[in-house]
Write a protein that binds this ligand. Structure first.
Ligand code: NAG
Ligand code: NAG
Ligand code: NAG
Length: 340
């Protein structure tokens, strides 16, 4: 005695509701977060403040051009392409004291921070093989959703003080390849999911976040521009036959440039050392793990077109299937209840 019409309507409506709910439900600060925040999490959200280049800290900050983090593989090696490690990646940060791994000086050769009415964003370039991204990896996209809503990486949290006191950022997106990166944190607001859209995971940095990717360091104010994928009244969906051009770079103003974003940590051979110009010897050397970089060919630009990215895409399909099936079952039960 199932009300078929109602059940069918339900099947179409519920996935939308479920998809919207696929985000973190709790709000934390680094000071009150539990050790882990999601089932299946590889690292931790209780990071302390220590300096540890094997840290599995999964808290990232986006505060300024000198204080930001991106996600990267925990281990080096050819198998560590972003697409394979997206669920377990760890935070790599420019500032000491976050408990995460430090990005050593010289790795980042360009970083551009913009603050817009809707988000803050860092775009740039560097030799990200030092963050364990394999040479030649075109990279992929990280966001707080993922196949199960637990995030890529699972349990990865982003915080920012760009919109007031330090707070958790629920909508963010990060692309990283061996040579390029971009990360956007959206101001908590109803339009945040639109400006931090995560469904264009194969389109790369310059399409998702048109901005400055040149060498050098700067901070600017900027317009928000159009959300990724939105072209006036129409919305592009990844996979459609004609891919529209990237939006033009939103205009910026009040730019200030910096000569460096250095933090005093440098790369020394295959290890990462603490620069200690006045102390005797370099006893503070921190091993970053042996790396096996063989090829330096780098045509990549965080295009997200690696095998990993297509894995993301197929997981998204799987996600819709599971959600669709789940809602069909729930709806059938609801429908039956309503009829009874
Ligand atoms: C560094 O982090 C790793 C991974 O969380 C942990 O096993 C190790 O004990 C930490 N080392 C120090 C000195 O805290
Ligand atoms: C890094 O930060 C930790 C914790 O705040 C501190 O103990 C350590 O001395 C700092 N290291 C450097 C080189 O600044
Ligand atoms: C990146 O760093 C690695 C390790 O030092 C080096 O072998 C490689 O040539 C560098 N890549 C570029 C593009 O400079």
């Amino acid at each position: 005695m199932l009300h078929l019409g109602r059940a069918l309507l339900c099947v179409f409506l519920l996935p939308v509701k479920f998809a919207r709910a696929q985000t973190y439900s709790a709000t934390y600060l680094p000071s009150n977060v539990p050790p882990t925040t999601e089932e299946g999490q590889a690292g931790t959200n209780q990071c302390g403040t220590g300096l540890n280049q094997t840290s599995n800290c999964q808290n990232a900050y986006i505060n300024s051009v000198t204080d930001w983090c991106i996600w990267g593989p925990p281990q080096p090696g050819p198998g560590s392409v972003i697409g394979n490690t997206e669920r377990i990646e760890v935070a790599w940060c420019t500032k000491n004291g976050t408990g995460a791994r430090l990005i050593p000086d010289g790795v980042i050769t360009g970083a551009h921070f913009v603050q817009t009415p809707d988000f803050v964003q860092i775009t740039g370039i560097g030799n990200l093989t030092f963050l364990n991204v394999p040479a030649g990896d075109a990279g992929g996209e990280l966001d707080p959703h993922g196949a199960d809503g637990n995030g890529n990486p699972i349990g990865g949290l982003v915080f920012s003080s760009a919109f007031g006191p330090l707070q958790q950022i629920f909508e963010w997106t990060n692309f990283i390849s061996d040579t390029q990166f971009c990360i956007r944190a959206c101001k908590p607001a109803p339009q945040a999911p639109t400006f931090c859209q995560h469904i264009y995971d194969e389109m790369g940095c310059e399409w998702n976040m048109p901005a400055n990717y040149d060498a050098g360091f700067e901070t600017c104010r900027a317009d928000s521009g159009e959300p990724m994928g939105v072209y006036g009244a129409s919305t592009f969906h990844q996979g459609e036959p004609v891919t529209p051009a990237a939006h033009p770079r939103p205009s910026s103003s009040s730019c200030t440039t910096l000569s460096t974003i250095g933090n005093g940590f440098f790369i020394s051979g295959t290890s990462i050392g603490i620069s200690a110009p006045t102390s005797t010897g370099s006893s503070g050397s921190i091993t970053s793990g042996s790396r096996s970089l063989t090829s330096a060919s780098s045509s990549a630009s965080a295009t997200g077109s690696s095998s990993g990215a297509s894995r993301v895409a197929s997981l998204d399909g799987w996600e819709r299937l599971v959600v669709g099936f789940g809602s069909a079952v729930v709806c059938s039960m609801l429908g039956a209840l309503l009829v009874l």
